[in-house]
Design a protein around this ligand. Structure first.
Ligand SMILES: CCC[C@H](NC(=O)CCC(=O)O)C(=O)O
Ligand SMILES: NC(=O)OP(=O)(O)O
Length: 320
């Protein structure tokens, strides 16, 4: 596996899920794969779970790990071509990327959407330069439009907790004080569409995700109707994806607090579980009582980030 961005990159999903189960039960059993191999993790944005879980996964596999916070220690990087670099950026990405590739065997990249230019973001302009110029396998640690390590961990968690063979999974928008990327809901939708679940997306008008991620999901604008009978409620905020109106891309169209997940919302479900990728803004996305309840899976989801990362990095090492 040379790149990991989309669900199809992991191949057969049932095989991937059984491999995750095997890795979880024997996470130090593959250390020969990573011996004398180096993972370089590059962060253009903040992180807690991805930073810790991916490093842990690589160490489980016997790898050396280097973590670089770009623009906080390295030279500020220019990402545009055709510019005169007379500002505060000392180095161009097109030199920095092949140099970074010299020091590692595998690269993970976190580079969030800029949320100002839809075409630039949805072309995955930044991370595709790592694919093109690093000479190394590259996996996403949340890029402009996808967060596959999170979605894979979420699916592992659903598999571990489902009470019937085809659970109803609902992705619901929730309000936020900032404009957030669509990467997490995009990947969650992509992976749920590929999994054997009854998948529904509910969001206010104007927040429709890109059709390539919505896929075969049912879209329901009435949140109560969507949540009725749900086995899993996956809450997340995202800014306007600019599908209905491109000029609204990256904007906050609503802060409607009736979408905040509270005990009443959970009472509409089939004794459902609450899920969120974290970090979460309590009081906006979800109430304290819901996220602290015994039906909250936010910690098991975070724990499974180590497993999803270990399966992905293992696959990449096996293909070197
Ligand atoms: C894994 C999630 C990362 C990111 N979350 C945030 O940027 C939250 C920032 C905030 O709440 O201030 C997002 O929504 O894509
Ligand atoms: N869920 C997730 O990716 O968390 P971080 O942004 O803290 O890595």
């Amino acid at each position: 596996m040379r790149t990991f961005f989309n669900v199809e990159d992991i191949g057969d999903l049932n095989k991937a899920l059984s491999e995750a189960k095997e890795v979880k039960a024997n996470r130090f059993g593959f250390q020969g794969l990573g011996k004398n191999k180096t993972l370089l993790m590059i962060f253009f944005n903040n992180s807690l779970r991805t930073r810790l879980s991916t490093q842990k996964a690589a160490m489980n596999l016997g790898m050396n790990v280097i973590v670089l916070d770009v623009n906080a220690g390295a030279w500020k990087l220019e990402t545009e071509r055709g510019v005169i670099m007379d500002g505060d950026k000392s180095e161009h990405l097109l030199e920095a990327i092949p140099v970074m590739g010299c020091y590692c065997d595998v690269i993970g990249v976190r580079s969030f959407a800029g949320l100002s230019d839809r075409e630039y973001d949805y072309a995955e302009t930044i991370v595709n330069q790592f694919v093109k110029y690093s000479g190394r396998p590259v996996f996403a640690m949340e890029t402009a439009t996808v967060h596959p390590l999170q979605a894979f961990a979420d699916l592992i968690t659903i598999e571990e907790h489902k009470k019937n063979s085809r659970p109803k999974v609902v992705l619901t928008w929730a309000p936020h004080c900032r404009a957030l990327p669509q990467a997490v809901p995009n990947s969650f939708a992509q992976w749920m569409n590929a999994a054997d679940v009854d998948f529904v997306i509910t969001q206010p008008h104007g927040y429709e995700l890109d059709p390539k991620f919505v896929g075969s999901a049912r879209v329901e604008y009435d949140q109560k109707k969507a949540l009725e009978g749900a086995d899993f409620v996956y809450a997340k905020n995202w800014s306007c994806p600019g599908v209905e109106n491109a000029s609204d891309y990256g904007k906050i169209l609503s802060k409607d607090m009736s979408w905040t997940i509270d005990a009443e919302h959970m009472s509409w479900t089939n004794d459902g579980y609450f899920m969120h990728c974290l970090p979460v803004r309590r009081g906006l996305i979800v109430t304290d009582d819901v996220i602290e309840s015994d039906h909250s899976l936010v910690i098991p989801e975070a724990a499974n980030r180590e497993i999803s990362a270990e399966v992905v990095i293992k696959r990449i090492l096996e293909s070197l």
